[in-house]
Design a protein around this ligand. Structure first.
Ligand SMILES: Cc1cc2nc3c(=O)[nH]c(=O)nc-3n(C[C@H](O)[C@H](O)[C@H](O)COP(=O)(O)OP(=O)(O)OC[C@H]3O[C@@H](n4cnc5c(N)ncnc54)[C@H](O)[C@@H]3O)c2cc1C
Length: 231
């Protein structure tokens, strides 16, 4: 459904004050990364975020911009779609996004830390090559499905399971409160195998049986609230 974005009449006048001389501890690359993200938030996030929050809608168009400012996997190697920087750069970039909007920070940290990182760390080379560059460039959106309707703080109680039927793995279960899920191309889903060991599965949105409806009528702090969901 198309919608005219209501731009805020207020300008984001945020000014940074380095009361504790933190900047002295940062490299030139860190400062450049921070400035780029800070400016992007002022230009692209602050003017529109209230409108999206009021409509409980997802500003999907921001995924490309997030990729351009290096917000997806800043500390992963560049050949796998990351920024080739360090964990400090990652923290600084997330801090700037969070200043603008917590939901936008969630979009980025889920994509980088909860989708790209497990594929990089635990996936095979074929999976890394297939998914990581597209996730890093914002062409693909990813989500991370751990929480279940009855198993939040205690994920080891999860009911979602995988069975190996010889030709394929059969994944059964439901997840809830999953950031990015209604707009995601792939999901990293956690499930118990037949031995009760928890394993991560990469699920593509077009795979048979997958659905990710929105949850409506919730009240949480940010614009992501209405598009986390169950599948
Ligand atoms: C904004 C947002 C984004 C999220 N994104 C994702 C995502 O991308 N992927 C994902 O998998 N999940 C996501 N979640 C789910 C999140 O991880 C769970 O909400 C969280 O694990 C808590 O689970 P629960 O909501 O079922 O609460 P519960 O586990 O039911 O807890 C309810 C209350 O009981 C308390 N409690 C629970 N167990 C104990 C205990 N043993 N002793 C004492 N107190 C206890 C808790 O502290 C809490 O106050 C998201 C949640 C939110 C709010």
């Amino acid at each position: 459904m198309s919608h005219d974005i209501k731009k805020s009449s207020k300008t984001d006048l945020y000014e940074y004050h380095d009361y504790y001389n933190i900047d002295e501890l940062l490299s030139e690359d860190h400062l450049l990364a921070r400035d780029a993200v800070r400016e992007w938030v002022k230009q692209e996030v602050s003017p529109i975020i209230e409108d999206y929050a009021n409509r409980a809608a997802c500003p999907v168009h921001l995924f490309k911009g997030l990729a351009e400012v290096g917000a997806f996997g800043p500390s992963l190697p560049a050949e796998y779609g990351g920024g080739g920087m360090d964990e400090i750069a990652y923290g600084i970039i997330m801090q700037e996004l969070e200043r603008g909007d917590s939901g936008i920070r969630s979009m980025a940290s889920v994509q980088g830390s909860l989708v790209m990182y497990p594929i990089y760390k635990y996936g095979n080379e074929e999976q890394r090559k297939k998914y990581l560059p597209k996730l890093g460039s914002g062409e693909f959106i990813g989500c991370f499905g751990l929480t279940e309707p009855d198993h939040g703080s205690n994920p080891s109680g999860m009911i979602t399971n995988i069975k190996d039927d010889g030709d394929a793995y059969i994944l059964n279960g439901a997840k809830m409160w999953i950031t990015n899920s209604p707009v995601a191309d792939i999901a990293v889903v956690w499930a118990k195998d037949e031995q009760g060991i928890i394993r991560g599965m990469i699920v593509e949105k077009d795979m048979k049986g997958f659905s990710a409806p929105e949850i409506h009528g919730k009240m949480v702090t940010s614009c992501v609230s209405d598009w986390r969901t169950c599948f």
